[in-house]
Each structure stands twice: as C-alpha cells, then as structure tokens.
Design a protein around this ligand. Sequence first.
Ligand code: PRX
Length: 644
Amino acid sequence: MSYPYQINSFEEYQQAYKKSIEQPEEFWASVAEHFTWRKKWDKVLNWNFTEPTIEWFKGAKLNITENCIDRHLEKLGDKPALIWEPNNPEERVRIVTYNRLHKRVCQVAQMLKNNGVKKGDRVCIYMGMVPELAYAVLGCARIGAIHSVVFGGFSAQSISDRLEDAKAEFIITCDGAYRGEKTIPLKSVIDDALIGNKTVKRIIVFTRTRTPVSMLKGRDVWWEDEMDYAEEQVEKNGVVSFEPEIMDAEDPLFILYTSGSTGKPKGVVHTTAGYMLFTNYSFVNIFNYKQGQIHFCTADIGWVTGHSYIVYGPLSAGATSVMFEGIPTYPDAGRFWDIIDKHKINILYTAPTAIRSLMGFGTKPLENKNLSSLQVLGSVGEPINEEAWHWYDEHVGKKRCPIVDTWWQTETAGILISNFAGITPSKPGWATLPMPGVQPILVDENGNEVLPKENETIAGNLCIKAPWPGIIRTTYGDHERCRTNYFATYQNLYFSGDGALKDKDGNYRITGRVDDVLNISGHRIGTAEVENAINMHVGVVESAVVGYPHAIKGQGIYAFVIVSSKHSDDELTRKDILQTVTRVIGAIAKPDKIQFVAGLPKTRSGKIMRRILRKIAEGEVENLGDTTTLLDPNIVDEIKNGRI
Ligand code: PRX
C-alpha cells in the first residue's frame, strides 16, 4: 500500500517539486493533512535567515508519538514496528509490534514522570542498540522531554561536555553494550563523566550485559524495577494508556551534538512538527516505501541517520524498522547478508565505509545468502566512490535494485538531495536531484551564484535558499552560534559546509567538506577538536590535524605533532597520544598517522597553512603552491621528508 503523498513517476516528481517551490505553504500543508494533530496550525511558515527565525506550522499542537504509534494501532497493532537483531546471532531476535511499542513507550513515559522528568527537561541517553533505546527516545517525546542521545563510542569527557552544555538532569544508560567481541562498560563511562557534575539528579540503568556496575544510593535506579512499577500504573484492565504531552509544533524534540570547525561540538536542535513531516515524507518518497516492507538502516541511533531513518521516519509511516545491535563483521563478514536473508529485508540503507570494508572480504561471504528480498539500496554519510557503488549494485542488489545516494546532514534532519528509488534516475557517485521543498544553489567564495556557460558542469559551495520543514532551528543555548555557523557566511542562505558539482541536467555531486571538518567512516569530526585533544597530552607542544584519503574510512586523520624533547621514544609517545584522544573524545577520533615534526608551516602572522599539510598528507609533495609567505619555508622540506 502506498501513501497519499507518494511520488510514483518522474513526472509526478517534477510536478511536486514545482509546486513545492512555487507554493511551499500549500505544498507542505497538503502533506501535513495526513498526520494527527490536536490542533491545526495558524500559519504554515514564518521565516527569515538573518536571525535566523524559522517556524513551521506555528500554532499547531501535536505529540509525535501519537503519529509514530497510536494512530497505527487500529490497523497495524499486531504488525512489527521494530525487529531487533542482537549482536550474537545465537541470541533470540525480538519482534516489537506496534501494540507492544505503545505499551513500552507509555511505560517509559510514566517511569520518567515518576522520576521527576517534566516537559522541556533534557534527558541524556547513552545506550547500546537495544530496543529499550528506541523506547527511551520515544518515551521522552511522549512526555515532552528533550532527548540528547550520545553515541556509545564517545568518551566520558565528551559526555560530560554534552551534559553540561544541555544542563541535563537525567540520564538513561545501560550497564554495558555488546559490539562484536567487545563489551563496552557504559555505566562506568557515565560514572567517570559525572565526576564533578552537579546537575544530574537521576540515572536509569538498563541491564544488558550484566557488567558489574556501581549504583549510587539516591541517584541511580534500575530500569527493570522502574518499568515494572510503571506498568502497574499505565495498564488498567488490559488497557494501556499514558496521555501524551501536547506539544507546540515548534517545541524542541531533541538535541544532537555534532562537530564543526571549532573545538566544541554544538547541540543541533530540531523541533516537533517540521521534523516529523520531513523525515516521514523523505522516508516514504526516497526509498519508495510501501506498507509491509522491511526497512533496515544499519546506522546507530546515536547519529542523526538512526534518529530519522530507524526511529521517527519509519515509525511515523507505520513501517517495520530493523535495529541491529552488532557490527557488520561479527561473527563474520557475512553478517549483513545473514540478516537480510533471515528477516527478508526489502530496503538496506548503509554507509559507503561499510560497503568498502565488506568489499575487502570479497564475494565469498555473500555465497549461499538469499538476498532476493532486497528491492532498494541506500547510501549515506559520505561520497560513495564508483567502485563501491558498482560492487553494491552488482553483488548486493544483483543489478535489480535502485541505489539511492542520499545527501544530508545532522542539521537538515532528513535527506535533501537524492534520487528516488525506481522513480528518478540514478548516476553513480551523484546524489542527483533535490527533494521537493529544497532549493540548492552553488555559490563562489563571495556568495555569488555560480552559473553555467552553456552546458558545462559547475562547481561551488553548496547552500540552500529557503527553509524546508526539517532545517536546524538553533544550537542549544547559543542561537548566535547557529547564525554564525550556518547563516552568516552568505547572506540569506543556509551554508552546508560542503562543496558540490552540478551538471547540465541539474544533478548534484557532493565533493566533500570545504571547511576544517573531517568525515571519518561517515562520522563528522572537527580537526580543531582532535588538535585540542592531542594538545592535552603532556609531551605535546603543538599539533595540526588534516584529512587524507583512506581506502576504507573515506578519510583518515593525519596529525603533525611537535613534542617537547624530553619525550624521545616515538612509539610510546604515539601510543600515549592515541590514548589521550580516546579519553578526551573517543576511539573514533584516533589519528591514523602521527608524524613528529620540529615545526609547522606558519605564516608570519602565526596562522598554520593547512593547505600545505593537507597536500603532504595526501602524498602530493611536488606541487605545494606558494610557500614564500611562510615564516620558515625550510620546515616544509623537513616535513615532506618525514612523511609517513
Ligand atoms: O559532508 C557531507 C557528508 O556528511 C556530512 C554530514 O555529516 P553528519 O551531519 O554526520 O550526517 C551524516 C548523515 C547524514 C555532510 O556535510 N555526507 C552526507 N551524506 C553524503 C555526504 N557526502 C556525500 N554524499 C552523501 N550522500
């Protein structure tokens, strides 16, 4: 079964796109009609990009969980909302129907209420990929608390910074999480994060790994006990209910921290109605989702991809969404293919880094795996190179499945540029055309629109001209930061930080970040953040971090480090630095290469010339451009010779 706003042909796409640009308010109102509102809106859109102020569906009242759960119960109550595949394939799969999801989310909401959580409070969620993570997210939304999910790979220091920034008083975590062979002691990381913290009042701990934990009297409680008690409160005579908090369309739904070009991650804020509409509309249309299909997004809910295309997009559409606890290579490199075979998955949405890493194992792990259920493949998080695209097409999709290359960001909430599966043409390596409601524009450094001469392909910085419902509203606690980061580089434009090409047919190809942000295995890391972490190590005087092409991760982290002479054992110092970065940020930010240098190429005003370091890291040592403005041009040769 399809949806009333589903686009079924290229012509329909063109019509929808045209309408969305010419009459955006009418266009989005006609989509919004198909959702559940407690009160309809007074105005579809108010906006200006100077402050910025962006308000969608102002005056409307709703609760997103009514749209993700309650409204489906009559027809889909017994259908699976979530299929949970555990880390260990020997363990039992959990199938969560919409009825069950409703009950669990009501229980979590009641549990949060019992523990003092109110509308607008910030709840930090630091859990592994267990169904309880989805219940926790939706439970927060049900009572109007703002969730801030922190990926389970981040360090105590990162959590501490995020807790402080969000002034969070509540945490939901697990004793531990399974990831392949490893067990990660989540509660113990939280305990470290809380040393010196004065704001957190309550920690709810779900038992997953039976890792020993320390539970502080008066502060820490067990999920299981609290949920049992809440169950008695929400279930009366077999009827489950927890009255959802009625939210304004523009009430914040969640904060999600992401890296930028400064040292400190920022809390991207998304609000209720626009986020819901945009994730739903993009999910249904880009993947061409038909009710009954099984959708498997391999991301972690700690990243925006998991928020939008495991939880809110699919559930608001009454879809069946697969949640996978483990990693693609455990117990072997055939795990994804086993999961597809076992659950008869129809849509697979993953990252190029996963494809490239699985390519490395050849096609043997695919043998004897029945992938005939697959109908659509998706790619997200980084540019997909043609080799990976063709491998995905040939060996996974068996040349029968359209591949959607979806470009978007934490700040955009959902997909902005992508082909539509089976509806609009694909082009390997190209994200292709914008979603309805999205108006991309390429500008030069001065903000002037780049226009093609005749039929040439043009290049520029990728901006968006007008708001779509999922656009970032603010950065938590610091609206000015939102303005300067996204709306001040070019007047009246949202600036993505990405560079792009546009061909004569209007297709876009994303070429990568044009700022000091790296994309490591589809995860965003700021170079300044890594430098700050390296510089915290006692033996380090100064450092500069750049990206370089990496066969599997897309980009690798190359650090040029000046150490004080006291520390002469390079190998040990390297290990110490890696340990420091892991402690300060998390293992994902560990440099792949560390080169010790005597100095860094700086201009006379003291600015590091990263352009030169980038070229050296990339191995382009011959053509470094003009080095005459450097304070000490000799340092460049030295760095070149020491390259690893
Ligand atoms: O550089 C772009 C890249 O990932 C960045 C956004 O990262 P994040 O906010 O962590 O969100 C990742 C999941 C959406 C972008 O600025 N990126 C994302 N998708 C693509 C991409 N680059 C090329 N092609 C894509 N399809």
